[in-house]
Design a protein around this ligand. Structure first.
Ligand code: MF3
Ligand code: CO
Ligand code: CO
Length: 253
């Protein structure tokens, strides 16, 4: 693995500012999730709100990605492209993933929302995915924690529910760059990965499938779906390792 950067206090402050903007945008975007709303409308809001607050939406144009954010519904794991044709319906589970750039630094966060009333199975999956993210973050804050501890604890929780942990998409270091070293695995790779050092800034963003972990990409080149058509849920925070644990950098102010 290439060198993982140790960020300065000043850089962490700038990532915290970008993270707060992403989190505040995400809350407001989530309030728009309702049956009958198209995902393009939510995306347009995200682009406008980000700009109004002095930021840039990192996804727009990233490797050719065409929209401000990713909105992924039901069996879509991640990278769902907002569209006028994608209209939310009662019972949908919706991930909104927002990455904001402010003063040159990135903040990346996502959360799940419900359009109308979800099924019990959907709610259980969404709750478990959140528990996986939280447990991964907590594991990263322990004394002597390694990157492998994140995937190990998430794998254990998902296994208990017989859910699949997506392996094809991972967390990542973040800062001036959107996706920096290291790759953060959410599953148990079996390897003993590097120590998480004070000043490392990275995301924890497990994607948990109600069925098997396998993914496929649709013809648009972006939309990642579960191969077996099962539901998928994801939560994401950007975090920094501190001397006494972990600080979440993507919280609203
Ligand atoms: N925000 C996603 C992540 O969590 C990346 C989206 S890249 C895009 O890493 F190009 F699809 F927007
Ligand atoms: Co993200
Ligand atoms: Co991310």
């Amino acid at each position: 693995m290439a060198r993982i950067k140790v960020k300065t206090a000043k850089e962490i402050e700038l990532i915290r500012d970008a993270g707060a903007l992403a989190a505040e945008t995400l809350i407001r975007a989530g309030e728009m999730v309702k049956p009958g709303v198209c995902t393009l409308e939510i995306d347009e809001f995200i682009g406008e709100y980000t700009k109004k607050h002095g930021g840039i939406s990192a996804c727009m144009g990233y490797h050719g990605y065409p929209r401000y954010a990713c909105i992924s519904i039901n069996e879509v794991i991640c990278h769902g492209i907002p569209s006028e044709k994608t209209i939310l319906k009662d019972g949908d589970i919706v991930n909104i993933d927002i990455t904001s750039i402010l003063n040159g630094y990135h903040g990346d966060t996502s959360a799940m929302f419900y359009a109308g009333k979800p099924s019990r199975e959907a709610r259980e999956l969404v709750d478990c995915a959140r528990e996986c993210m939280e447990a991964g973050i907590e594991a990263a804050g322990k004394t002597g924690a390694r990157y492998s501890d994140i995937g190990n604890v998430i794998q254990d929780i998902a296994d208990e529910h017989d859910y699949g942990v997506v392996e094809d998409y991972c967390g990542h270091g973040i800062g001036r760059g959107f996706h920096e070293e290291p790759t953060v695995y959410h599953f148990a790779t079996g390897a003993r990965l590097p120590l998480i050092e004070v000043g490392h800034v990275f995301t924890v963003e497990p994607m948990i499938n109600a069925g098997r972990p396998a993914t496929k990409t649709l013809a648009d080149g972006w939309t990642a779906v579960t191969r077996d058509g099962s539901l998928s849920a994801q939560w994401e925070h950007t975090v920094v390792r501190t001397k006494d644990g972990i600080e979440i950098l993507t919280l609203p102010r």
